[in-house]
Ligand binder design. Structure first.
Ligand code: DON
Length: 566
């Protein structure tokens, strides 16, 4: 008897320990009473939490997380790229910061065309692929306007992580190994991102970045000048000269991030504040929600053939508009109020038929699945104890950007120029066909799909949303919102539930392999959809706040993300 009781106690112990271990894993939604930080990487989430506990607000934590991700998620977290921040402070004010890269002053409309032909390698893998980085200017601007803590304090954890190193996860090691051949093409990248003894990285390896630590120290001491002039600028310009890029001292000196008004749209009892152009996400999500407002989506059923058909047709129309109308609002006139108008969107749905697809017209297009280039962006969401909320999406575009590290400065450069229309009719890295509104011009910002979003109900923040995944950012963010609001899913489900994606061109309905039943797939094919299984459709790192104010940090199980809070 004694033996049986002891055995049972051991079983209970193992079960408890295992459940705790499961809870500590990444990708699981957790709830907190005061504050929560969700990022794609656990050290960065811990840094955010620490800053909040030290008296920082959500903006202080966001800046600390951004610098930490530049160290712990070098494939997407960065100081050599750009991004967007949407915030809502406890007094209800909202704001949006555009720290997207800009085209260098010497950029030209046809810079990626040689002998009449578009050269994708130039816009993706060369030094010409880099836009002028915006992160450092953006972070300092956000901190100066909304933060409580000094720059040195919020940047310190990142410096430590770079100087002392951190242990790689399995995924981080694989990501670095996957790109080893490309890193080896550049002396600096080889030194920073491959092992000296030439063996592949293993889970648990200590990853130290001494030069990056020094660059971060310069930013900590000198602020903006620690990056856009002096030694760091010298090193960026030297790298450009060595590899045929065109970012100059003048580009760096003149870079400016910009405050913009978020796009506001409503759906049922919810108001959404989304990053405005040059993000296309706001306009597209607003158009899709407006187009759906008169349909009973719940009645159709989650991921039923009818639901997927209707929502796909809505996506198709929004992305067709994206291709034609959207670009940097400082350069092109976007008919924003028309695009957001209810009547316009309902009109666009006049051609919708329940029994058949509306085919995307047949201009030439590419297939993103053909491109082996993996891609990577990173979303983080933060709510502090006073209810200040911040959503940030930031990227180098492709995974590890153009793979060119700035020699002596320890960080990678973006390949964001590929987000411009290199040539009308030619697909970019994501298979997006884009228009003249998004053509290259000096100092212009390339159109983006990054869609950081804050959702309120009765004037209180209820969701902080956003995703990684190129154009799938838009449809993933949109679906995690619908999952919660229409289907009442809990925070874990809302992020985990299988997703689908259509971007007008190529005319394909991408779906996560096990997300649609065979029967649903058959019905969609009968209507004329061209189905295409796809790995992961976006990675969302969201926060959901319930009626009682409990904050759920909800990382996407599709990645390494983690929630931290208290
Ligand atoms: O701004 C954009 O839309 C792209 N540069 C985002 C790239 C991206 O999300 C890569 N994937 N995860």
């Amino acid at each position: 008897m004694k033996f049986v009781i002891r055995f049972l106690l051991i079983l209970i112990f193992i079960f408890t320990v295992q459940s705790e271990a499961l809870l500590a894993q990444t990708g699981w939604a957790k709830s907190y009473e005061n504050a929560v930080v969700v990022t794609a990487e656990k050290h960065a989430s811990q840094v955010g939490k620490r800053i909040l506990q030290q008296g920082g607000n959500a903006v202080d934590a966001a800046v600390a997380v951004q610098f930490a991700l530049a160290v712990t998620e070098p494939r997407a977290g960065n100081i050599g790229g750009g991004g967007f921040m949407v915030l809502r402070m406890d007094d209800g004010t909202t704001n949006a910061l555009d720290f997207r890269e800009r085209a260098p002053e010497q950029a030209t409309k046809d810079m990626f065309i040689k002998d009449g032909e578009y050269k994708p390698d130039l816009s993706r893998r060369s030094a010409l692929a880099s836009g002028v980085p915006g992160v450092v200017d953006g972070m300092i601007k956000a901190l100066e306007r909304y933060g409580n803590l000094p720059l040195e304090t919020v940047i310190e954890p990142a410096i430590q992580l770079a100087r002392e190193g951190y242990k790689l996860t399995w995924l981080q090691a694989q990501d670095l190994n996957d790109k080893a051949e490309e890193f080896k093409q550049y002396r600096s990248s080889r030194r920073y991102f491959t092992k000296r003894d030439k063996t592949p990285y293993q889970e648990g390896d200590l990853f130290v970045q001494k030069d990056l630590a020094k660059t971060l120290e310069r930013i900590s001491r000198m602020g903006r000048d620690g990056f856009y002039s002096g030694l760091t600028a010298d090193r960026i310009v030297n790298t450009m000269e060595e590899f045929g890029g065109i970012i100059s001292y003048s580009d760096l000196k003149n870079y400016e991030s910009k405050w913009r008004d978020p796009v506001k749209t409503s759906f049922k009892d919810y108001d959404l504040y989304i990053m405005p152009p040059p993000s296309s996400g706001s306009i597209a999500i607003a158009q899709m929600l407006t187009s759906l407002e008169n349909y009973d989506l719940k009645e159709l059923g989650f991921n039923s053939a009818k639901y997927v058909h209707l929502v796909t047709e809505v996506m198709r129309r929004a992305f067709a508009d994206r291709a034609h109308f959207l670009g940097d609002p400082d350069f092109v006139r976007i008919p924003q109020s028309g695009l957001l108008d209810s009547a316009y969107n309902h009109d666009r749905m006049q051609s919708f038929r329940w029994d058949t697809v509306t085919s995307s017209n047949s201009i030439s297009h590419g297939d993103p699945l053909k491109y082996q280039e993996s891609n990577e962006t990173t979303q983080y969401s933060i709510v502090d104890k006073n209810g200040n909320a911040v959503a940030v999406t930031t990227t180098l575009n492709g995974s590890f950007g153009n793979k060119i590290a700035v020699d002596g400065a320890g960080f990678l450069l973006n390949n964001e120029m590929d987000d411009f229309t290199a040539q009308p009719g030619e697909p970019n890295m994501f298979g997006l066909i884009q228009g003249k509104a998004n053509s290259v011009a000096p100092k212009k910002r390339m159109l983006s799909s990054m869609s950081p979003t804050i959702v309120t109900k009765n004037d209180s923040t209820r969701m902080v949303l956003g995703a990684a995944g190129g154009p799938r950012i838009i449809t993933a963010t949109f679906q995690s919102f619908l999952n919660r609001v229409v289907f009442g899913m809990d925070p874990q489900q809302a992020n985990s539930a299988p997703r689908f994606h259509h971007q007008w061109m190529p005319d394909k309905l991408y779906y996560e392999e096990f997300g649609l039943s065979p029967d649903t797939r058959e019905k969609l094919k009968e209507k004329g959809h061209k189905l295409n299984p796809y790995g992961n459709i976006g990675r969302t790192h969201n926060i959901y706040i319930d009626n009682n104010g409990l904050k759920y940090g909800s990382p996407d199980p599709r990645g390494d993300g983690a929630a931290e809070g208290y």
